[in-house]
Design a protein around this ligand. Structure first.
Ligand code: HEM
Length: 362
């Protein structure tokens, strides 16, 4: 229920211990006026400063969070490739020359079933908190403040964090029933964060200390999954379902040993999710911060559920894209379908009371 600090070298909501709930919003900018866009970023920053402290946005606040604590609310902003160069090639805000090289649309991956209306966006806000009422209040008031400047393109709500981002947190389970986040990069891994998560001096100057955000809405085919015996499920993931231990080991945090054998075969199968995504085979790492979702049931009465995958990395290409390419032969792919995709550059943190989201960019 405590408030998370809003200012700092990096934006809150990345290595902040993952909260229980997510409300993610992607926006399209509907004005061509650079001044209106800058005005909105000023207004959003002021509102975010108050909201994350558990305060109302001002006299026009919608009121439903009155009396509720800050609930660990973080608001993290990101800029999509189309903010710099619109889909039709226009440079609406004079930003085209400032687009960081790595901020490009993700390549297509085999098996993608992306819905364009649920993908992309000029801007995004990742809102996380421990109370869904606090979340909807924050999102609703930011949308209200954006009227005439931005339009909501798509949103995704999530519950039950599917990652730990701090070693002080217990590892949660995803909807497959497996512990998720065991081998994640965590707040305490300072050097690995500098290497894999925070944008360095080799990228655009306004983005140094920021990070690239990749989101993928991954539908899980849970009815298929539930028909698979536990031993086979474990072979798909590469870890034990109850303890979360790597196959061939005993405890959750035992190191993965890809040389361990069982019945003359590798204990961790070569097409398992953990084998293919592990840094020793994927050649890289990222910070995962995803959430489970259940968007009701589909027309066939199947749970419209899955994992809203969120990853932070210092470059989309050497982070998500590299791992996702390596996952082309993942045994897990039989049970998943990617239905939405987006990429954003998240600027560094707001330094002080006069600073605002994206100041160094404009
Ligand atoms: C590890 C589940 C999609 C990257 C894991 C683990 C589970 C899991 C249970 C093992 C525990 C852990 O270390 O966190 C899932 C599910 C997915 C999914 C259910 C889809 C519905 C992805 C995607 C990527 C990814 C799309 C990246 C492209 C990773 C990485 C690890 C991991 C990097 C850590 C591997 C290691 O270092 O041992 N995932 N995952 N996952 N996953 Fe996923």
């Amino acid at each position: 229920t405590a408030a998370v600090g809003f200012t700092g070298a990096h934006q809150a909501g990345i290595v902040t211990p993952a909260q229980d709930r997510l409300h993610f919003v992607a926006f399209d900018v509907v004005t061509d006026s650079r001044d209106e866009l800058v005005g909105l970023l000023h207004a959003w920053t002021a509102a975010a400063r108050r909201l994350t402290a558990g305060e109302a946005t001002g006299p026009d606040d919608t009121g439903e969070a009155a009396g509720l604590p800050a609930s660990g609310l973080t608001l993290t902003v990101g800029f999509g490739p189309t903010l710099f160069t619109a889909a039709d090639g226009r440079d609406r805000f004079g930003l085209a020359a400032r687009r960081p090289g790595p901020l490009a649309e993700l390549p297509a991956f085999p098996g993608d079933r992306l819905d364009p209306a649920l993908s992309g966006g000029d801007l995004c806000i990742q809102a996380c908190a421990n109370d869904p009422q606090v979340l909807v209040h924050a999102v609703r008031n930011l949308v209200r403040l954006g009227s005439g400047v931005v339009r909501v393109r798509w949103t995704q709500q999530g519950f039950g964090r599917t990652s730990s981002t701090s070693s002080a947190q217990a590892t949660p389970r995803n909807l497959l029933g497996f512990k998720d986040g065991t081998a994640n990069l965590k707040a305490e891994n300072g050097r690995a964060l500098d290497r894999f998560v925070w944008v360095g001096q080799d990228d655009a100057d306004w983005l140094v200390g920021g990070s690239y955000l990749v989101t993928r809405r991954i539908r899980m085919l849970l009815e298929e999954w539930d028909g698979v015996p536990r031993g086979e499920q474990e072979a798909v993931i590469g870890r034990a379902k109850d303890t979360g231990a790597p196959l061939g080991q005993r405890a959750e945090f035992d190191p993965t040993d890809f040389t361990a054998a069982r019945d003359g075969r590798p204990a961790i199968p070569r097409n398992s999710h953990v084998f293919l995504s592990h840094p020793s085979n994927a050649g890289t790492a990222m910070l995962r911060r995803g959430y489970s979702f259940v968007d009701g049931t589909d027309r066939d009465g199947r749970l419209a559920a899955g994992l809203f995958f969120i990853a932070y990395q210092r470059s989309p290409e050497s982070g998500f894209t590299q791992v996702q390419r390596n996952l082309a032969g993942d045994a897990l792919n039989r049970f998943t379908e990617h239905t939405s995709s987006a990429v954003f550059a998240c600027p560094p943190g707001v330094a002080d009371d006069d600073d605002w989201w994206g100041r160094a960019l404009f």
